[in-house]
Ligand binder design. Structure first.
Ligand SMILES: [Zn+2]
Length: 241
């Protein structure tokens, strides 16, 4: 009997330790999130070119998914363009990007919103952190409840908050004078020889604002596709180098 009681007490202690570890861990990460997440969002808010490229990146993936259904494509905006990963052919990505740009110009703002955007993760982390800390402040007890409440709130509110944040903070669907100037294949660092055919790298769609250097070739015939070995390949409407 004493043995069973000891085991029961040991289990209780372990559970309490686990709850304490989780709670302290989540408290720390929540505080870090509260400091870093608004900073990430503010950086995007200040950089209009990055937000326009982010909008065009979402719109490009949306156009491809309109044609071929849900994909595993992921994107990443940069100030000078955006990356598309997931193995889509360069010709398709370039055509989709051109269509996306034209449709954003025509006012299709919804194309700039994508559910798989990293904004959703940041939004969910922010909701988790705020709910966790709020419940912790109210209950003043280091239990698992604030953590569970945070997870629940993040799952419910994060995906709903994300489109709003994308619309107003992380993308700019008014692309203005943004122009596509080229597409380049960026191979995986470990790629060599013919394995490049089996493991396609990411595609980088280069953009420029009118008036900025590199924007002068924004006409339909001026696109350049650059592949890794830098050989010229006839590419129909495109010049593949
Ligand atoms: Zn995104």
């Amino acid at each position: 009997m004493l043995f069973l009681t000891l085991i029961f007490l040991a289990a209780l202690v372990l559970l309490a330790l686990f709850a304490l570890t989780v709670t302290i861990g989540v408290t720390l990460t929540s505080l870090v999130t509260l400091v870093t997440a608004p900073g990430q969002l503010l950086r995007l808010l200040r950089d209009r070119r990055l937000r326009r490229n982010h909008a065009l990146e979402h719109a490009t993936i949306n156009v491809i998914e309109e044609r071929y259904g849900p994909s595993r494509l992921t994107g990443m905006a940069r100030p000078d363009g955006f990356l598309i990963r997931g193995g889509a052919p360069a010709g398709l990505v370039l055509e989709a990007a051109q269509e996306a740009l034209a449709r954003l110009r025509a006012g299709e703002r919804r194309l700039a919103i994508h559910p798989r955007c990293g904004t959703t993760l940041v939004a969910s982390q922010l909701v988790l952190a705020l709910t966790f800390l709020a419940v912790l402040l109210v209950t003043r007890q280091l239990t698992l409840w604030p953590f569970l409440a945070g997870i629940l709130a993040a799952g419910l509110l994060g995906p709903r908050l994300s489109p709003w944040l994308q619309r107003w903070v992380t993308t700019d669907a008014q692309v203005g004078s943004l122009a596509i100037t080229g597409i380049e294949v960026e191979p995986w660092p470990a790629q060599f020889g013919w394995t490049a055919l089996m493991m396609p790298g990411s595609l980088f769609v280069r953009t420029a604002q009118a008036g900025a250097p590199g924007a002068k070739r924004g006409d339909e015939s001026g696109y350049t596709v650059v592949i890794r070995n830098r050989e010229e390949i006839p590419g129909g409407r495109y010049r593949i180098r």
